[in-house]
Write a protein that binds this ligand. Sequence first.
Ligand SMILES: *Cc1c(COP(=O)(O)O)cnc(C)c1O
Length: 390
Amino acid sequence: MAKQFLRPSYIELDRSALENNLQFIKSNAANGLRISSVIKGNAYGHGISNYLPIAEKCGIDHFSVFCADEAAGAFKYKTKESTDIMIMGMIRNDELKWAIDHGIEFYLFEKDRLESAIEAASEIGKKARIHLQIETGMNRTGFEEDQWHDIFKRVKSNKDHLDLRGICTHYAGAESVANYYRVQNQDKAFRNAIEVAKTVFYELPTLHASSSAAFLTYPDMHYDMVRIGIAQYGFWPSRETYMHVLKQNNSFTKDPLIRVLNWKSEIMSTKWVGEGEFIGYGNVFMTSRKMRIATVPIGYSHGFGRNLTNAGYVLIKGDRARVVGLVNMNMLTVEITDMPDAKKGDEVVIIGKQNGQEITVASFGEMSNNLNYEVLTRLPARIPREVLGI
Ligand SMILES: *Cc1c(COP(=O)(O)O)cnc(C)c1O
């Protein structure tokens, strides 16, 4: 693996892990179920410019993003004309023409934006590719029950300007059994909306509702498409979801999902520090013996939280080295007293494997009380990403 020039750390993306995860996802889906790869948040920290093309090579032809800005990024890096991009959240009226012109699909959940989309589409003479989002109990965005019929009618009567691609909703926490009834009620509401749609449209568009957790937990909520985020990257939405899947398939001998991302750096410098000395800023860590420490050019500005001060670990020479002292903006210090061979330039693994030892995002997150989702998306875009296995 070539070291990244001019950068203190780098992220590797493992294409074979992604292939494995998509295979596993497909093995849980009926034939014909479309998979939309959710790549909001810079592809959950994986880097949209690197991740999107490898997902496309693995057969993904639909990507979901949060906003127009992310859609523009996805549009820039897609390599196939036929690849669809869908905005699930924020688009402003003055961005509608751009989206329509580029064939970007977008959610509609308010009457005024529906009208603006009709107007923009008629002005540029191209159909807006829309997904109608149904409010089913998440209580965030979506058309309310008393609007369903009128909205569907309005869409139908403007079919020269609107290409209705989907009707959709989002469940409020399918990763926890605590939300079981809420999710079931949401699904009932979604089915009611579909019944109303059937009275208006001759043919229904793509129906979609599930993210990774609902997809893995509730097969009757798959509909025509699922929006898979965290699972494609090799993580479970929650331990409960993992337990649920294990119970369904007791043939697994190991975790069927494999982490796509590894984060690595190198030892910047080493030194011996005498007993009873403080390391780094302030008096956060005092040596209890003569100690050898290594500095690593990673700090909180790179997503290695200050809350990992005196608590985090990294891997060096296949062993865990503990963080001693405060995590700085660009640097941290670890103890390597019992690693006499460790030297400047040696590989440091922050997330990933080394000689059979592993630091997962979950354990990195647990040390700092963060979810996988949050740790991943906080990885700065400026850390270079490199794809393995292309
Ligand atoms: C983020 C998101 C998803 C994907 O969620 P995962 O738990 O990562 O699979 C699906 N749908 C919507 C609307 C989302 O915002």
